[in-house]
Design a protein around this ligand. Structure first.
Ligand code: SAM
Length: 295
C-alpha cells in the first residue's frame, strides 16, 4: 500500500510527501468568547514567546516542544486559547461569516470550526452523528463559553430534509481518508477506504448544498489529498446542481496548489481549479477546500 499511496501523492505534487513528516510547530488561537489579545501578555509571563501569523491577529504559533507545557498553563486550562491547526483555521475564516449569519456546520465534532464561526455569527447549528463525539463536542462548546451554538446528534446526509433551504453559510468538513495525517508508514490507508468516503462525501455535499439559502455560500473541506474525495466531488456537485458556482479563494500563504482537472481516466470541470490544496509544512497540515455559492 505504501507504494500505491506514494505514487498517487507524487502525481498530485511531490512536495506533499516532503511535508508529511512530524510537525515542528503547533498553533493556537485566542478564544474570543473568553479572552482578548491580553492573554498573550499572560503567556509571556509564563515563559512563552508566541509568533503571530501574518493573516490574523488572534492566531499564533509556537515550537512543538512547548505543546505539552502550554496545556498546563492557566491560560489554557481556563479555555482562553484553543489549539488548532493553521489549515483548519484559515479554511474556517475563508467562509467569511458575518454577524447576521446562521451557519450550519454539517460534520462538526470536536467543534473547533463551529467555535470560530460562533465568535462572529448570529447562530451556529452543529451536527454530529457519533454519540461519543457529539457529547464531547457539546462539552467543548460549554467550556469555551459559546452560547449561540445549537447541537444536533444527527446524520448530516438527511439534515436538509428537516431544515430546507435556510442557512446563510454552510461548512462541510467531511469525514475522509485522512491522508494528511499519515506521517510515516502507511498502515490503515487503502483505496477501498478512499472510494467508500468518496461516496459518503457526495451524499453529504448534496445535503449541505440543499440546506443553503439561495445566495448562500458554503465550503467543502477534507484533510485528505485523493482527488476522488476532493475535485471529483466538486465536479459531481457542478453536474448535479446547475445553480452551484465555484468561487475564487485568495489566501495570503504560498504553500497552496490549485485544484487539478485531470486524474487517471477522469477529466473534471475546469472550474475546480478554483479549489485549494494546502500543502503540508512545519506548521500547516495538508488540507483541501473549495468555496461554493448557491445562485
Ligand atoms: C473532519 S471531522 C470534523 C472536524 C470538525 N469540523 C472540527 O473542526 O472540529 C469529521 C466529522 O464528521 C463526522 N461524520 C461522520 N459521518 C457523518 C455523517 N454521515 N454526517 C455528519 N457527520 C459525519 C465524524 O464523526 C467526524 O466527527
Amino acid at each position: 500500500m505504501q507504494k500505491i499511496f506514494e505514487e498517487r501523492i507524487n502525481k498530485i505534487n511531490p512536495e506533499i510527501l516532503k511535508g508529511l513528516k512530524e510537525k515542528k510547530e503547533f498553533s493556537f488561537r485566542i478564544n474570543r468568547h473568553k479572552a482578548d489579545l491580553k492573554v498573550i501578555e499572560e503567556l509571556k509571563k509564563e515563559g512563552f514567546s508566541p509568533n503571530k501569523v501574518e493573516w490574523n491577529k488572534y492566531v499564533f504559533t509556537l515550537p512543538i516542544e512547548e505543546r505539552k507545557k502550554i496545556t498546563k498553563s492557566s491560560v489554557y486550562t481556563q479555555n482562553k486559547i484553543y489549539i488548532q491547526n493553521l489549515s483548519s483555521i484559515i479554511a474556517a475564516i475563508s467562509l467569511d461569516v458575518n454577524e447576521n449569519d446562521w451557519v450550519l456546520d454539517l460534520a462538526a465534532a470536536p467543534g473547533g470550526k463551529s467555535l470560530i464561526f460562533s465568535e462572529i455569527a448570529k447562530k451556529v447549528s452543529a451536527v454530529e452523528p457519533d454519540k461519543k463525539r457529539f457529547f464531547r463536542m457539546k462539552r467543548n462548546f460549554k467550556e469555551h463559553g459559546a452560547k449561540n451554538i445549537q447541537t444536533y446528534n444527527k446524520d448530516g446526509r438527511f439534515v436538509y430534509k428537516a431544515t430546507g433551504k435556510m442557512f446563510d453559510k454552510v461548512f462541510l468538513d467531511a469525514p475522509c481518508s485522512s491522508e494528511a495525517h499519515i506521517d510515516g508508514e502507511v498502515t490503515w490507508w487503502n483505496l477501498k477506504r478512499v472510494k467508500r468516503f468518496s461516496k459518503l462525501q457526495k451524499e453529504l455535499l448534496s445535503s449541505a448544498f440543499n440546506c443553503l439559502k439561495p445566495g448562500g455560500e458554503m465550503i467543502y473541506a477534507t484533510c485528505t489529498f485523493s482527488p476522488e474525495e476532493n475535485e471529483e466531488n466538486i465536479d459531481f456537485l457542478l453536474n448535479k446542481f446547475s445553480n452551484a458556482e465555484i468561487l475564487e479563494i485568495n489566501l495570503p500563504i504560498d504553500n497552496i496548489q490549485e485544484g487539478i482537472t485531470k486524474w487517471e481516466d477522469k477529466e473534471f470541470n475546469k472550474e475546480v481549479k478554483k479549489a485549494i490544496r494546502i500543502l503540508p509544512t512545519d506548521a500547516y497540515s495538508g488540507f483541501f477546500f473549495c468555496k461554493i455559492r448557491k445562485n
